[in-house]
Design a protein around this ligand. Structure first.
Ligand SMILES: NC(=O)c1ccc[n+]([C@@H]2O[C@H](COP(=O)([O-])OP(=O)(O)OC[C@H]3O[C@@H](n4cnc5c(N)ncnc54)[C@H](OP(=O)(O)O)[C@@H]3O)[C@@H](O)[C@H]2O)c1
Length: 298
């Protein structure tokens, strides 16, 4: 185990203190795990950005992963390695990394988090910490849902209901990259509709609150219906397995696409760690607008 910079003893953290109502409590004096105390495959990361997802609030209310409390939620992180365990092979102190933490350990919503090296990949300098932390759960969920039809998207009509959402805006972009035509999406908020039209260049954007979605799809596809429909407004069950099986390949490809200017995560809000509790609650209630919420942790 080694360390090049002095690690503080205490840190800012949004602690998950109980299951159910008002599950979180902000503190600026949570203990930081010191490099000498790391398990052999663990790394200590100074977190710069952490993605905010509906699962943060759901986990806190239901504890589906049976996590021992107090704990810290937050699963999509980007930061710099500041400590490594004795058996860590692929990373060194100073590496910029991104990753999707497991639901069992979590830990993104604090300034220093500990995780197993297997859930991380190195971050290219051309991908910002905000972009890197916007991927994780939402991007991998989009990718997971598309995996069975991925090779059939080129030239096919694809409809993405809720295409402006955290998951939806990644589905829309992946489908565009893979050649969907026509690419059709729906949303109801004005900013989301604008994002889909102007930033992601969807061929058709349906306002699901004002228009007859089915009739519109029939009209666009000349009565055939869309070849592929990916409804990203679904209620999630467990996708930890898919995260584990696709994390590295999926996120590496996403970073490549960001570097090539093909994939553009939309970061709608960047709450501070002090504002996180409110941000999680707003996301849980569907009041976050469109694109991704990525917290500024450091
Ligand atoms: N974010 C993640 O990491 C993640 C991962 C896996 C699963 N999930 C699950 O997937 C679902 C969506 O998550 P999200 O993060 O993408 O949520 P979100 O950011 O709130 O996006 C929801 C999307 O659904 C649209 N929408 C709302 N009501 C609709 C309706 N009646 N018909 C069609 N579209 C509608 C919204 O557009 P308007 O507001 O403009 O109508 C928005 O585009 C949630 O159940 C979540 O738990 C999320």
């Amino acid at each position: 185990m080694s360390s090049e910079q002095e690690i503080p003893i205490k840190q800012k953290c949004l602690q998950w203190i109980k299951v159910g109502d008002k599950p979180f409590q902000f503190t600026d004096s949570a203990l930081v795990t010191q490099p000498k105390d790391l398990e052999q495959n663990d790394v200590l990361i100074q977190v710069y950005s952490a993605g905010v997802n509906p699962i943060d609030g759901k986990m806190a209310v239901e504890n589906i992963a049976h996590v021992k409390l107090p704990a810290v939620v937050g699963y999509d992180i980007s930061g710099t390695i500041v400590g490594i365990g004795s058996s860590v092979k692929d990373f060194k102190i100073g590496d910029d990394v991104l990753g999707c933490l497991t639901f069992k350990r979590g830990g993104g919503f604090q300034q220093y988090c500990v995780t197993d090296e297997s859930v991380l990949i190195k971050k290219s300098p051309g991908v910002s910490h905000e972009q890197a932390a916007s991927l994780g759960v939402a991007y991998l969920s989009a990718l997971d849902g598309l995996q069975h039809v991925r090779n059939q998207i080129q030239g096919k009509s694809v409809f993405v209901p809720g295409g402006s959402g955290g998951v939806g805006h990644f589905i829309v972009q992946i489908c565009k990259i893979l050649g969907a035509s026509p690419l059709i999406a729906s949303a109801s908020k004005e900013e989301g509709i604008k994002l889909l039209k102007e930033t992601y260049h969807c061929d058709h954007v349906i306002n699901h609150a004002k228009e007859d979605v089915v009739a519109k799809i029939q009209e666009i596809t000349v009565g055939q219906g869309a070849h592929i429909v990916f409804d990203s407004t679904y209620i999630s069950s467990s996708f930890e397995k898919s995260i584990r099986s696709t994390a590295n390949g999926g996120l590496k490809e996403a970073c490549e696409w960001i570097l090539q200017g093909k994939l553009k995560p939309y970061i709608n809000q960047q709450p501070t760690i002090e504002e996180l509790e409110t941000a999680i609650e707003k996301l849980r209630k569907g009041q976050s607008g469109f694109g991704k919420v990525v917290a500024k942790i450091h």
